[in-house]
Design a protein around this ligand. Structure first.
Ligand SMILES: [Zn+2]
Length: 230
């Protein structure tokens, strides 16, 4: 079941009170339209009826997709610095619903779910796209680092985060996403990860093991954890 709670917040443009339906839990097996809306960026996006200011609320909910085996604690980007606490909170909620503190039947369902914690919309979208493309998220993160090392000049994660945003001809496409930058404007160009690199990483686990371990910590699989500005 997907659970929504009504909230009222002032418009950041004109102060008009706006009411939102804030989601607490998204179950996309019953509401595939919600997954589509997350992917196309329209989910929880509103426009103030008085002044037209676009408002996108930061996510804070549990995302569940039984069919694809995903259970994701989605947190606002503003809580990035507290990722260890948020990730353990996600695990605790999971344990009560589907994990070690849950009844047998629920535990059986839980065994088919991969638990993750993410911060902000781009990180959530990335997990959905990687799963859709059949790419393990640790492999994807390791591939990101491998591709970054081949770039002559690449920004360090900080204000911008490197996220999978699409798939072209089987290759994941990465973009630097984030708030508009001061100064010369345009973000660095998108990077295409050759699918062959993904296959190579999976084919030689021993060779890539150190990197695959480095990119994740428990349910938090993101090489940028701890690097991104809040
Ligand atoms: Zn307004």
């Amino acid at each position: 079941m997907s659970i929504f709670i009504e909230h009222t917040l002032p418009c950041p443009g004109c102060g008009t009170p706006l009411s939102y339906e804030l989601v607490q839990s998204v179950n996309v097996d019953r509401r595939p339209d919600l997954r589509d809306a997350i992917l196309d960026g329209s989910f929880q996006r509103h426009e103030c009826p008085s002044c037209g200011t676009p408002v996108r609320l930061e996510p804070e909910f549990i995302y569940m997709d039984m069919g694809r085996g995903q259970y994701i604690g989605v947190w606002p980007a503003s809580k990035r610095a507290q990722w260890p606490l948020c990730a353990s909170n996600t695990r605790e909620v999971f344990d009560h619903s589907f994990g070690k503190h849950a009844p047998d039947r629920a535990r059986q369902l839980g065994a088919t779910l991969q638990v993750r914690a993410v911060f902000g919309w781009p990180a959530l979208i990335e997990k959905l796209l990687a799963r859709q493309a059949g790419i393990d998220d640790r492999t994807l993160e390791a591939a990101k680092l491998a591709v970054l090392r081949t770039q002559e000049e690449s920004p360090l994660p900080g204000q911008l985060e490197l996220r999978m945003v699409a798939e072209h001809g089987g290759d994941p496409v990465l973009a630097w996403v984030g708030p508009p930058q001061d100064g010369d404007g345009a973000p660095p160009p998108a990077l295409r990860v050759p699918r062959q690199l993904i296959s190579d990483i999976e084919a030689e686990p021993a060779k890539w093991q150190a990197l695959r371990e480095q990119v994740g910590d428990g349910d938090m699989v993101d090489f940028q954890r701890g690097l991104l500005a809040v």
